[in-house]
Design a protein around this ligand. Structure first.
Ligand code: PMV
Length: 317
């Protein structure tokens, strides 16, 4: 049997992070330049049920049965088997690789889950539909994040720009005029679970202010949707600035993120903001047409450890 492989892209949040946890909308888009991949190979001489997992990126080489149930890879495999109503897997090797930086707001955990769930269900001859893949990846996200909104697994499974409201049907965005985003990595790793937990605590101490800010972010995100769907992406610059100011108020920015945002402005970007959980990870900037390279250079000079130039378009092929 030939090896079976499946992959999933990264993602970046354009608007609405954190507020999305409190039922406000968020906009996220796939980032095709980075991907997670799962390759499954049958091991005809192996004992039935023996699954050898290699994930060199996280220094993991182990038998499935040696991993705790709460390990995200084990959880993804077990949940896939449950969804397929299977008790055992034929002996196999699973190799996971990813070019998506971990804990950087690019959805690395969800992309690994989606690639693994897809690859495994294909390997078992029962390919799961996107909806089921996304639901299983969401269960695994809960292990990573505690109370994830579900945006990562949704955008990564569909690989389409989404307007996402928690527990509502997915809405895909019309993007009549594609536009470019520059992503800049602070190089600081910041687990989303921590910032989400901190925001939760801070909100408990000060619900009125936090809910007002979440509401404001929701309005910004709705305006951003209109700008994108009306083919006026230039208008997103001001909205990014407003969203970044809200995120600063929530306490999830950092000196590194702020200085990359300022560097993008100084280099002529229409706007910039942090993206994802915050306190580290990535920021995004909206360059003027033809100036993405210049913004990326400015971000590198200001300390970004990596930049990605990506296009937001209707259908990510
Ligand atoms: O750090 P990221 O890009 O995985 O995104 C986190 C987004 C939050 O809104 C902060 C949390 C969530 O689950 O939506």
């Amino acid at each position: 049997m030939p090896a079976i492989s499946a992959s999933a892209p990264g993602k970046i949040i354009l608007f609405g992070e954190h507020a999305v946890v409190y039922s406000q909308p968020a906009i996220a888009v796939p980032v095709l330049q980075v991907r997670a991949k799962a390759i499954l190979t049958a091991n005809p001489r192996g004992r039935s049920g023996s699954v050898h997992i290699q994930a060199p990126g996280i220094g993991l080489e182990a038998e499935l049965e040696a991993l705790p149930d709460q390990h995200p890879l084990a959880a993804a495999i077990q949940a896939t088997l449950r969804a397929l109503d299977l008790k055992r897997i034929p002996a196999c090797n699973i190799r996971i690789t990813s070019t998506i930086p971990v804990a950087a707001g690019l959805g690395s955990g969800a992309a690994v889950s989606v690639a693994l769930i897809r690859g495994l269900s294909n390997f078992l001859g029962q390919p799961l539909q996107d909806q089921a893949v996304s639901e299983i990846a969401y269960e695994v996200e809960k292990i990573h994040h505690g109370t994830p909104s579900g945006i990562d697994n949704t955008v990564i499974t569909t690989a389409l720009p989404v307007f996402f409201v928690r527990e509502m049907p997915i809405e895909f965005l019309d993007v009549p005029l594609p536009f470019t985003i520059v992503i800049g990595d602070t190089g600081v790793r910041s687990p989303t679970a921590l910032t989400v937990a901190d925001v939760k605590l801070a909100r408990e101490a000060n619900p009125a202010d936090y809910d007002r800010t979440f509401h404001e972010i929701g309005e910004i995100t709705r305006s951003a949707r209109k700008a994108i769907e009306n083919g006026k992406p230039d208008e997103l610059g001001g909205l990014m600035g407003a969203n970044h100011a809200c995120l600063q108020r929530l306490g999830v920015s950092s000196p590194q993120l702020d200085s990359l945002v300022i560097a993008a402005h100084n280099a002529g970007a229409f706007g910039a903001k942090l993206s994802g959980g915050g306190r580290g990870g990535n920021m995004i900037a909206l360059p003027q047409p033809g100036s993405a390279d210049k913004i990326a250079e400015a971000l590198t000079k200001a300390g970004a450890t990596r930049t990605i130039i990506t296009e937001v378009k209707q259908r990510a092929i």
